[in-house]
Design a protein around this ligand. Structure first.
Ligand SMILES: [Zn+2]
Length: 205
């Protein structure tokens, strides 16, 4: 890509606005832009909760500062245009893994079928756990689909020093899981076991 072409890239907000208006026709069964005020990856839905969002800052600034990247449907080198319709806003990981192919329908298909960042995060987490504790099952009682239990979340907030999300290293989460698992394995006689999950007791009439 030349510098001249780079300068002609449309602003991120312009790309998001185009897709918000045209996504129903262009990509049935998949929503790329849910909320203009909360910039998120068109393919996996990831958003950076450490960045200011609208109305804290202007829409243009929220998108410009969102850490999402412009990804071409058809690359410039293969004749792609600078129209907003030739771009998707993607997180770094999706952009790294997206196909660079002349036919734009390939990129659209890929983005439509991309797993959510939550699913990707959980798969990565499992791999990190298996590397740290080979042969030891993941403490399933600490993880609740589709998100972590409050206990683990609080532990992460208290000890990890960053917000929960894709920005948190898998190894840090695994360290937290290991810490909770070790703590639970320690015999404690004076206190009864506390459930991590809420009770299933039905309300009385
Ligand atoms: Zn993504």
């Amino acid at each position: 890509m030349t510098e001249t072409q780079e300068r002609r890239d449309p602003p991120a907000l312009e790309i998001a606005r185009w897709w918000l208006k045209n996504q129903d026709a262009a990509i049935p069964d998949k929503v790329f832009v849910y909320d203009l005020g909360e910039p998120s990856c068109f393919a996996c839905g990831w958003y950076d909760d450490s960045r200011p969002t609208y109305p804290e800052v202007s829409l243009a600034r929220a998108w410009a500062k969102s850490r999402l990247q412009r990804a071409h449907l058809t690359p410039h080198a293969l004749g792609g245009s600078n129209h907003p319709s030739n771009y998707l806003m993607l997180c770094k990981q999706c952009h790294d893994e997206a196909p660079d192919w002349r036919d734009p329908s390939m990129m659209l298909q890929w983005a439509k079928t991309r797993v959510s960042y939550i699913s990707r995060f959980q798969a990565d987490l499992l791999a990190a756990w298996e590397a740290l504790r080979p042969g030891q099952p993941l403490p399933a009682n600490l993880i609740e689909e589709p998100s972590f239990t409050d206990a683990l979340r609080n532990l992460l907030y208290a000890n990890a020093g960053t917000h929960f999300g894709i920005g948190l290293k898998r190894s840090t989460i695994v360290a937290a899981l290991a810490a909770v698992a070790d703590d639970q394995a320690r015999p404690v006689h004076e206190t009864p076991d506390l459930p991590l999950h809420g009770t299933t007791e039905q309300p009385r009439k």
